[in-house]
Design a protein around this ligand. Structure first.
Ligand code: CAA
Length: 258
């Protein structure tokens, strides 16, 4: 498939998607969202892929929804199109684990897209924010919800109401990112993490992702119940047997399902 606003690459069992609209700091226009969705779905459906990495440029992961494309829309249009459309949510609906590798600006929709990924790794140059309020609007692709779940009400409220940017160190302290690395090591680190995940039994990795995500959708008791049931379900897999036998035999597991 050929794309104009993103680049894709298959590196072993990792699918790499690079947002590529350098002239607009990877601002998310309709074409980019469409291409990102198609590429992400294609990797998700590819049996050779175990993990997907989404990254941007050194200067920007993405500076948000394309303001120039959006500025002339009126209420009837956004209502009729259901803008921000469901296409924006594709990354949050993938079965396979995803890693966002963020350098530079991750603002508005850029921050929201990064937060849809399962593991967020930041370069020390990363800057996160939901600056929509400065444009007279509010986040429209999950920012008020996912940021609040990640960093808590106090910081999410302050970030969304002031529109200020948060650097990588603060984002790590607040629990938004898994780790911060030097900018020149970002892709290596993200790839290492993705390769480690892609090296696991795929049905178990998918089950694990579902169980963690359940924590955002249910009460603690419901979540623990869900976890117990899917933990039991792993015992139906040859890979569960293989993993434990390999441990006991002091050898590496040879997963059947990858
Ligand atoms: N939409 C469209 N174009 C954008 C853009 C955006 N979100 N962000 C940057 N650009 C364009 C600029 O207009 C500029 O284009 P020109 O060279 O043609 O003028 C180019 O990218 C480079 O940007 P700057 O010159 O502004 O670069 P800078 O380094 O001086 O500033 C910045 C960087 C602080 C990120 C600044 O560009 C900025 O504030 N961008 C907008 C950030 C924003 O408000 N994002 C939220 C969008 S709304 C949203 O995302 C809604 C939602 O929830 C989905």
């Amino acid at each position: 498939m050929s794309y104009q606003t993103i680049k894709t690459e298959t590196l072993g069992r990792v699918g790499l998607i690079t947002l590529h609209r350098p002239e607009a700091l990877n601002a998310l226009n309709a074409q980019l969202i469409d291409e990102l969705g198609r590429a992400a779905r294609a990797f998700d459906e590819d049996d050779g892929i175990g993990c997907i990495v989404v990254t941007g440029s050194e200067k920007a992961f993405a500076a948000g929804a394309d303001i120039k494309e959006m500025k002339d829309k009126d209420y009837a249009q956004v209502k009729n199109e259901d803008f921000i459309t469901d296409d924006w949510e594709v990354l949050s609906r993938l079965r396979k684990p995803t890693v966002a590798a963020v350098a530079g600006f991750a603002l508005g929709g850029g921050c929201e897209i990064a937060m849809m990924c399962d593991i967020l790794i930041a370069a020390d140059s990363a800057k996160f924010g939901q600056p929509e309020i400065k444009l007279g609007t509010i986040p429209g692709s999950g920012g008020t919800q996912r940021l609040t779940r990640a960093v808590g009400k106090a910081k999410a409220m302050e970030l969304c109401l002031t529109g200020r940017m948060m650097d990588a160190e603060e984002a790590e302290r607040a629990g938004l990112v898994a780790k911060v690395v030097q900018a020149d090591q970002l892709l290596d680190e993200a790839m290492k993490t993705a390769e480690a995940v892609a090296g696991m039994s795929l049905p178990v990795a998918i089950t694990c992702k579902e169980a963690v995500n359940q924590a955002f959708e249910s009460t603690l008791a419901e979540g623990v119940h869900f976890e117990r049931r899917v933990f039991h379900a792993t015992f139906a897999l040859e890979d569960r047997k293989e993993g434990m036998e390999a441990f006991a035999a002091k050898r590496k597991p040879a997963w059947k399902h990858r």
